[in-house]
Design a binder for this molecule. Structure first.
Ligand SMILES: [Zn+2]
Length: 438
């Protein structure tokens, strides 16, 4: 028998076929609409916000950032069989950012593993939930002081060693400055930091240890500082000096400036900018000790200026400017060979404002040495140099009156008193003994 579907179909009224087609079209439309709402229309939480939920310390402020505004977020925590709601926020007007503080113990969370579920929604079809494996750790690290330089001086260096009972980030806070300590193994952390001349309270510092979850402990340390006297010099600025040194240094920048303005531009603005530049370079230190014993002084040299000297500048009988000398000035013969003060890696060579042609060597552990006013540099950035190896020749580049070497010791990028680092006994008693203490 011949079966004819077509003949049968043809018999159906055209209106029914029409309705069928319309219904199919509507179905396809609804499917696409739903798909769109689920894929593109639902709110999405940033990776960063989810990552922050994976470590739960005793107390923390969480930030939930979304790609589109939502009205409601809910946070659940599951530990074992127990699932509890730990946070709810319902807003009258939707937002893309939520910030809230959680105290883990107040919400009933116990130390250990947990699954955190975050639900975000702004109504029907725009709900989303995320699950994050988390660790709850509400116990702060135990921090104890092992040793520190017993009597550091103002402008000098200080070593410190502490012990922490778990893996942590350890740093020293001194006024607005913060310095990281390096892990030494066995829970020990140590570092070197400057007793800054510009610190309002240089004798007091705080050691802070923060564990992986974000719990922190702190320890206050009160240092006894060795009294230090600084030299004061009166320097007369002559026009001949300004035209011979200052204008050539300024180049184009000096055009239109009076001699006094030109001097101040270099002595104040450039100095401040160069100190910041050195501070940036000083942060690139290796986390291990590369130096060995005391630093070398420029051979057969005399000291012409010391650390911390306060300089009062006079022009035509009036005091016009002031500065602080932050290193040692050594002078020998002209174009004298300059040895590397100690072993390390060259981290900078080039022009550095008032320092002129400069080389900086990293000795690790936050310690560097700076060689300014050079006429020639014989080393390259990245090169390892041994103590005593010639790195260049002295000169008059930068803000210099005559041929000399500006020798600076940088600690965490800040110029400290080099005299301590020229003295093997001081290093042994104040740095090595601290770093070796148990
Ligand atoms: Zn100098």
């Amino acid at each position: 028998m011949k079966y004819s579907y077509k003949t049968h179909e043809k018999r159906k009224p055209s209106l029914v076929r029409h309705i069928r087609r319309l219904a199919l079209l509507a179905l396809v439309f609804i499917m696409f609409y739903t798909l769109f709402m689920f894929a593109g229309g639902r709110p999405q939480v940033s990776e960063e916000s989810l990552k922050a939920l994976s470590l739960i310390p005793a107390e923390k402020t969480y930030q939930i950032i979304l790609d589109k505004p939502v009205r409601e977020i809910r946070l659940y925590a599951q530990q074992g069989q127990e699932k509890r709601e730990v946070y709810v926020a319902k807003l009258s007007s939707p937002s893309k950012e939520f910030s809230f503080k959680l105290k883990a113990r107040d919400t009933g969370l116990k130390d250990g593993e947990a699954v955190i579920t975050l639900e975000v929604s702004s109504g029907f079809l725009s709900k989303r939930s995320y699950s994050v494996k988390a660790v709850v750790d509400t116990v702060p690290p135990k921090l104890s002081l092992i040793s520190h330089t017993s009597m550091p001086s103002l402008g000098g260096s200080c070593a410190i060693k502490v012990r922490v009972d778990e893996e942590a980030q350890v740093s020293i806070l001194q006024g607005n400055n913060s310095y990281s300590l390096y892990p030494m193994g066995g829970g020990y952390y140590a570092g070197l930091f400057p007793i800054r001349l510009d610190s309002p309270n240089p004798a007091s510092l705080t050691v802070v240890a923060t564990d992986k979850a974000g719990n922190s402990s702190s320890l206050s340390v009160s240092l006894k500082l060795k009294p230090t006297k600084f030299r004061e010099d009166k320097i007369n600025i002559e026009d001949s000096f300004i035209s011979r040194v200052i204008y050539p240094l300024l180049g184009e920048e000096g055009k239109g400036l009076s001699p006094l303005e030109a001097f101040r531009r270099v002595n104040e603005e450039w100095r401040a900018k160069d100190i910041k530049g050195v501070e940036q370079i000083g942060k690139r230190s290796e986390p291990r000790v590369l130096w060995e014993g005391a630093f070398l002084q420029l051979p057969n040299s005399k000291v012409f200026a010391t650390y911390g000297d306060i300089r009062h500048y006079y022009y035509e009988g009036q005091k016009v400017s002031e500065s602080r000398h932050m290193g040692f000035d050594f002078a020998s013969v002209e174009r004298a060979e300059v040895p590397a003060g100690n072993s390390g890696v060259v981290v900078f060579t080039g022009q550095l404002g008032i320092y002129g042609n400069t080389a900086i060597i990293d000795h690790g552990f936050g310690l560097m040495s700076l060689y300014g006013h050079l006429s020639e540099i014989k080393v390259k950035e990245g090169q390892f140099v041994r103590k005593g190896e010639t790195i260049g020749r002295t000169g008059t580049s930068g803000l210099a009156l005559g041929d000399h070497l500006h020798f600076g010791i940088l600690l965490q990028g800040y110029e400290v008193n080099p005299i301590e680092w020229l003295d093997p006994k001081w290093i042994k008693n104040n740095v090595e003994s601290v770093l070796e203490a148990k």
